[in-house]
Design a binder for this molecule. Sequence first.
Ligand SMILES: [Zn+2]
Length: 367
Amino acid sequence: MSGCRTARCSWSATRRRPWPALDAFTYPELKEAVRFILDDFYLKRGVTTVSDLSTPTAYRAMQDLRKEGRLPTRVRMNYFVRDPKMLDMVEASGVTTGLGDDWLRFGAVKFFADGVWGTTAAVYKPFWNGSGTTWMPNNTGGVNYDQETLNKLVLRAYQAGWQVQVHANGDRAQDMVLTAYEAAQKAAPRKDARLRIEHFAHFLVQDPERTEERLQRMKRSNVIISPQVAFLWRLTDVNVREPDVKFFPMKTIIDRGFRPPGGVDTVGTQNFATYPMFSIARAVNRDTKFGTIVQPEEAISVMDGIRMFTIWSAEANFLEKDFGSIEVGKVADFVVLAQDPLTTPKAKLADIPVDMTILDGKLAYAR
Ligand SMILES: [Zn+2]
């Protein structure tokens, strides 16, 4: 339910070869596919900057598209790193977070600490029968690294100057990531590291002490919580009965002073979720596609939903100096919606059409 359930995001728990499907494309085909996705799934849905986790070949395609003047959106290129050898290559390149320009910029290094909620995420107490698709008794998931290895990987990427983000769905994995982050910050203090935990989306209220401690550690180290609220939409009526779990408790997170970026985990959440208003509608309405309202006390305002997909996203990606709000001195990127989301009935938020997407003050898409 939470976090990614896609081949892209869960392969580390199940396979040892990333993204095999991409091998089937020729390079020119891949380049056109990248252009199509950025155009159809993002630009036309009002997205001006995509924070991506793609292959080096896809990033090459984006560079070529850019040279041809055909790159539909800005892209922040994050790198997936599995092991010390991949990190060697990243280090040897001499590149770090922030290098690039307004169109293509290097983002974070991403590690995967565990798998997906209900099956392979690393938790302290066994999963509830009903939280996962392939439930097994007494299953507490698993981690991809022991603590020492994770500490070393995180420290290396961090010391090389990278922003670090770690996929950690389960509470046990999240605590390991926090331990690694704290060790890195102790070894080489950096004021504005903006370390992130991806899919930090469920609170286990059956474990209030550990949950509270985790949140306080997150706050102390200024760790960014990166949830994907669109996943709420696909929770089944069995899933939502899971006891002792808060699903995407956005209100609690925001009330505690976190500024979570809006993300979608595109393939995992279903491709229509790339329309930010879809995710904002879920954060506001907390409804599933089966019509169930999930823990309505965690609903947030439309304005906070908009912040998630604009300024808070910019901050989580080190882009807020030039992006994330319409202000004098910033780049003129914005979307024109057919209706005002602040006055549209909440049930209709996801239906608001995109009239225009503006990039650099120029019309990039018109309905
Ligand atoms: Zn992930």
